[in-house]
Design a protein around this ligand. Structure first.
Ligand code: PLP
Length: 395
């Protein structure tokens, strides 16, 4: 008999995987080229050539025993140092290898840091809409995720609503900017306000409230919009970064945590993160990938490709009568469903061979997420379907 917790997860996952297998079912009926799958966030840009070249060079020239051996639980010191220096150069920080822990993607990093910070019953906040896995990650360690209600239509955080959600049990807030699913980037003024509220509430309750900045989409920002570096605004910030989207390496499972020396109980938190990497069963981030990203951490993906997709889809959807905040980053559009029930709207969209994800999967009913990290032709070919879908609601 499986656990009650897992039973719950199995039920939720069944609904999600049904959605993903739907693409295959429709492709078998109509042909893959006639099904427009905007369901998942799998990058559609190849990793920069230097990534494969670096991996090949390492595999050909380094002692195989070294390449494939266990590393320190917190990662290879030289890799951590290279990334620390890159961050210092970009954000004016003063990190060294003691501030970095290599992780199994952002998902690994988030699970590690939640394991370090939470006792059973502790609360974690996040702004809705949010990446649905946060519920599971927090539940994994016995915590409780409390979403701060969504703030449509621009989906910038409502700082007063945040303030009302903080209790003496609030241990952390997960902030994800550029955001999945809205593509919104939180500007410096908003981050400053969030920081002020957290400082005020920490003082009021005599607690430490950490920001966990979940940043897999940091490099995906458009129109020259800057993504504020949150540790420069709030001393108690830990960053969970990933190369899944920035270098298109989602299957290689590589990322890192930045634990600045300014965070409360720095020594314990960073030691805890190394131990959590081990005891959660990751042991260490993949060794070869640590070496690769140490050399390629200043490379980026083809942002122009995603930007062209964004412009094409956003402008077309506007023209057809859909409404959505223009995303400044990531590769998602969060569009108002054309009926109240977002799941029913997704079902209706399937009749037009469009696969999109209901906003309720992100804690925000009445919207749908469209992932535009797809081939340009997929978007071009899907436009008549989006138009017909909109028209079907005007009848
Ligand atoms: N956080 C957010 C907001 C995401 O969208 C994702 C993946 O899509 C992750 C974390 C996990 O990313 P990774 O592949 O680095 O584990």
């Amino acid at each position: 008999m499986i656990s009650q917790k897992m039973k719950q997860m199995v039920e939720q996952s069944a609904a999600m995987s049904a959605m993903f297998t739907e693409g295959k079912r429709l492709a078998a009926i109509y042909g893959a080229e006639n099904v427009y799958d905007f369901g998942i966030g799998n990058p559609n840009v190849k990793a920069p050539a230097s990534v494969n070249a670096t991996a090949i060079e390492i595999l050909q020239n380094m002692d195989s025993l070294k390449v494939h051996s266990y590393t320190d639980s917190s990662g290879i010191p030289a890799a951590r140092k290279a990334i620390a220096e890159s961050l210092n150069h970009r954000f004016g920080t003063n990190y060294d290898e003691s501030n970095l822990v290599m992780t199994v993607g952002a998902a690994g990093g988030l699970n590690v840091i939640l394991k370090v910070l939470l006792d059973a019953g502790d609360e974690v906040l996040t702004f809705a809409p949010y990446f649905g896995e946060y519920d599971n990650y927090v539940m994994n360690v016995g915590g409780v995720l409390h979403p701060v209600p969504p703030n449509p239509p621009d989906f910038l955080p409502d700082v007063d609503a945040l303030s009302a959600c903080i209790t003496p049990k609030t241990k952390a807030i997960i902030i994800n900017s550029p955001n999945n699913p809205t593509g919104v980037i939180y500007d410096a003024g908003t981050i400053e306000k969030i920081a002020a509220v957290l400082r005020q509430k920490s003082a009021e309750y005599g607690t430490d409230i950490y920001i966990i900045a979940d940043e897999p989409y940091r490099e995906l920002a458009y129109d020259g919009v800057e993504v504020p570096y949150i540790p420069n605004f709030y001393e108690n910030t830990i960053v969970a970064y990933s190369f899944s989207k920035s270098l298109s390496l989602p299957g290689d499972r590589i990322g890192y945590l930045v634990i600045p020396s300014t965070v409360s109980d720095f020594a314990e938190v960073s030691m805890g993160a190394a131990i959590a990497n081990r005891v959660l069963g990751f042991v260490n981030a993949p060794a070869l990938q640590q070496m690769v990203v140490a050399k390629c951490c200043e490379e980026t993906t083809d942002v122009a490709f995603y930007n062209a997709n964004r412009e094409l889809l956003y402008n077309a959807l506007q023209e057809y009568g859909y409404s959505c905040a223009k995303p400044q980053g990531a590769f998602y559009l969060f569009v108002k469903a054309l009926e109240d029930d977002d799941k029913a709207f997704c079902e209706k969209a399937k009749e037009y061979r469009l696969l999109v994800t209901p906003g309720s999967a992100f804690g925000c009913k009445g919207y749908v997420r469209i992932s535009y990290c797809v081939a340009r032709e997929t978007i071009e070919n899907s436009l008549p379907s989006f138009k017909a879908l909109a028209e079907s609601y005007k009848k």
